[in-house]
Design a protein around this ligand. Sequence first.
Ligand code: GRF
Length: 202
Amino acid sequence: MEAKLNVAVFISGGGTNLQSLIDAAADPDYPARIAVVISSSKKAYGLTRAENAGIPGVVLRKKDFESKEAYTVRLLEVLKEHDTDVICLAGYLKLIPPEVVRAYRNRILNIHPALLPKFGGKGMYGLRVHQAVLEAGETVSGPTVHVVDEIYDNGEILAQREVSVIPGEEPESLQKRVLEQEHKVYPEVLRRVCEEIQSGKR
Ligand code: GRF
């Protein structure tokens, strides 16, 4: 088997998607290992999930640095220290610095809880997304996994899963069903991307 690729997972919150990646990577045949978890918040429960799985967790907040540049330098250093091959954003609420996008071009993935290109962009996260889907009268929603570039929710779409909207439902109930699909699709796409990198296709 090819050497496993090292994945850095970026979180800001609960980290249920992080958990789905940790669980998938427990399979000896999975082409990736979760090498480090980087959090934009000290309080993110995802840090506990990382600790429970024996994965190093690092809190990196722009406000703790004297400049944006110093923050970016440290972020790149942490990624290097863990030999990062691929980055997965999993409920990460900050924009990735353009220097990091350039350093990991085509190797940064994000999961978004709606069918992009609709219902994406700055400020579209959490329940707001599902609320917008319901207000627009959509009959289907579902997660999108895409490549991250310099613009929010903009890069190449790698996979989408459809979830039917139940007429009259609340955003919380739609969120729950979309999240169930997120937990399936993200590990699948990460596997595919890692296999593509290993075979020189990406
Ligand atoms: C998910 O809905 C994901 O699509 C979005 O943020 C949420 C994160 O949830 N990007 P969790 O922290 O993985 O539970």
